[in-house]
Design a protein around this ligand. Sequence first.
Ligand code: ZN
Length: 90
Amino acid sequence: MSIERARPKAFATLCGRIFRDTDPQYFPSAQHRGKLIRLCTDACLGAFLADPDVFCKVHRNSDKAAARMKAEIEHLIGLWSTYDSSTKSD
Ligand SMILES: [Zn+2]
């Protein structure tokens, strides 16, 4: 396995928190219905594991909002890298 030095990435945890420029591998994760989900803290993971379905239900709306936020952040990161390369050629 190779470790890639990735450019800043944004990701959302199941509980609706957004992290950017942070490596998701440092966050607790779990499998749920065949999907890898991430949580912000071990406490959050514990709450998820206690009752995954209830946790998902409670956070479903924030999950949607998080997905929107994530798209927005990725868009901004795209703009930043465009800006970065345009300043370099100056
Ligand atoms: Zn959380």
